[in-house]
Design a protein around this ligand. Structure first.
Ligand code: ADP
Ligand code: MG
Length: 361
């Protein structure tokens, strides 16, 4: 018996796809105009700026004058992605998030099997903690809550510096090397609290990147989640992506500009982001896990450029704690480029950074 492939339900979809492909070849889908979509929103407690270059689809103005309404669908999807990442996985504040649930059990020893995505994240973090001699330590939740810098700085609030006893007591509940992984399970000693604030925005950039890769109509993008940025693809004119680095001591001005091509991840950590000054001393939000106090490494800003969002964010925090020499060594160990700014204004750069960073501009 002859089979009528036109009647076969299964065959219809591939045939339709082939026909669509042919239509595109004839009418030149690949050359549909590229539209710029720009948005500024807030998520993860910070400002999110997006510039996406999208070929065809919503907002396109065709040569014959016809146009489609701009829906910014891709940018809106990215915002949902970030809200879900924060609310369902990473936030210690959002009730019901995975991290908040783990912390809620800290009255006794915690024995949990994290989701596979959180396991992968924790695996990467623990590796960087080990490689940085503990300069990055996401088990310092009790300490960061004691200092409470995020809220104080946001409110311009008055701060009473915690006592030495309070700091010592909070320190006792920290230490990434005291957490254990057993098979798929994570075991935390009683009292330990996780705070993924040092890596959250970088993880967000990794998620954004995965989405961008899944959308062939997006030909280029630069998305900044606070101080963490991902660049992707190309600008329509082929020129490099420009990422400005904030001047750590001159409010409203820039230290310089990075020129980047293709997919790159940038993260900056600085003592100017969230801080409170008491009796002339600047208490900022990057803590030294060895002392329990805001890091005093002589640095005021660290920028990392590398091939992953989590890595860039984790390294920027860790290098800030380690100071110029050990910071540069850690970045080089990860094949990352680093720009470290000392409080006296001196710039310390890896060799590759010197090629992509220009002062001023
Ligand atoms: P931001 O979140 O402003 O971009 P960072 O990426 O440097 O800055 O992360 C700082 C946040 O990470 C702090 O607000 C605190 O919650 C947490 N944190 C502070 N110091 C450390 C540290 N040494 N290791 C891990 N997390 C830290
Ligand atoms: Mg960081």
């Amino acid at each position: 018996m002859k089979r009528n492939i036109w009647g076969s339900r299964d065959a219809r979809i591939p045939i339709a796809a082939v026909l669509l492909g042919l239509t595109c070849l004839v009418y030149g889908c690949g050359t549909a105009p590229v539209r710029q979509q720009s948005r500024v929103d807030t998520a993860m407690g910070t400002i999110v700026t997006q510039t996406l270059y999208v070929r065809g689809g919503s907002g396109t103005v065709y040569e014959n004058g016809e146009s489609e309404a701009a829906t910014d669908a891709e940018s809106i999807f990215i915002m949902q992605l970030l809200e879900e990442l924060e609310g369902r996985e990473l936030s210690w504040r959002a009730e019901g998030s995975e991290v908040a649930e783990i912390n809620a059990g800290a009255g006794g020893e915690v024995h949990v099997v994290p989701s596979s995505s959180l396991r992968e994240i924790l695996g990467q973090i623990w590796q960087i903690s080990a490689d940085s001699d503990g300069a990055l330590d996401v088990t310092l939740g009790r300490l960061s809550r004691l200092w409470n810098m995020d809220e104080l700085a946001a409110e311009g609030g008055q701060m009473s510096v915690p006592s030495i006893e309070q700091v010592r007591s909070a320190l006792e509940d920290t230490g990434y090397e005291r957490a254990r992984f057993s098979g798929d399970a994570l075991i935390l000693p009683a009292g330990m609290q996780l705070d993924l604030g040092a890596v959250g925005k970088g993880i967000a950039c990794d998620r954004v990147s995965a989405y961008l890769h899944s959308q062939p109509q997006i030909t280029g993008a630069v998305v900044a989640v606070g101080g963490s940025v991902v660049t992707y693809g190309q600008k329509p004119d082929g020129s490099p992506w420009k990422v400005a680095i904030i001047h750590p001591r001159e409010e409203g001005s820039y230290l310089g500009v990075l020129s980047l091509t293709g997919e790159q991840y940038v993260s900056t950590s600085g003592d100017y982001e969230r801080y409170v000054t008491v009796d002339g001393v600047r208490y900022h939000h990057i803590l030294d896990p060895a002392t329990g106090y805001p890091a005093r490494s002589g640095l005021c800003s660290v920028t990392i450029v590398c091939d992953g969002g989590l890595t860039a964010d984790a390294l920027s925090t860790a290098c800030f704690v380690l100071g110029p020499e050990r910071g540069i060594a850690l970045a080089e160990n990860y094949g990352a480029e680093a720009l470290l700014v000392s409080e006296d204004g001196a710039l310390h750069m890896t060799e590759g950074m010197k090629k992509i960073f220009s002062v001023g501009e």
